[in-house]
Design a protein around this ligand. Sequence first.
Ligand SMILES: [Zn+2]
Length: 140
Amino acid sequence: MSSAQYESMQQAGGSTSSAQSSSSDIVFACTHCTAQLIVDAAAAGMTVNCQECGKPTTVPHPAVQAAAEKAKKISDIQRQLKENESQRVEITGYINQLSIQLHRWQIRLETLKERQQKLEGELAEVSGFAVAATPAAPQS
Ligand SMILES: [Zn+2]
């Protein structure tokens, strides 16, 4: 690659570099200032001067860069899975707690229904009505 070609690539790799990158370009970050740089794929492994800070930085090989991105993606997905799992455990815990509470309320409600029937029976007896009257509370 001639220096003229490199010059034009450096100009193309301005702030809009990522939008202009083609499949044969390598987009990478400067190791010093993390500026987004773009060079031709032929420059892989070479050391170039960053157009932002002027310091020499190494152009990564696409395969190495892809592997690094893949590893980052894997760890990101694993982190999200872990986060998802902890939320799942938390919500399952809430549901279990509420299920126990619901069960307690249902038992309490049954007890109240039985007490109501008993009291209504007593009331009927004291009032002189037949005990065998139709139950006031509907059976559930
Ligand atoms: Zn730099």
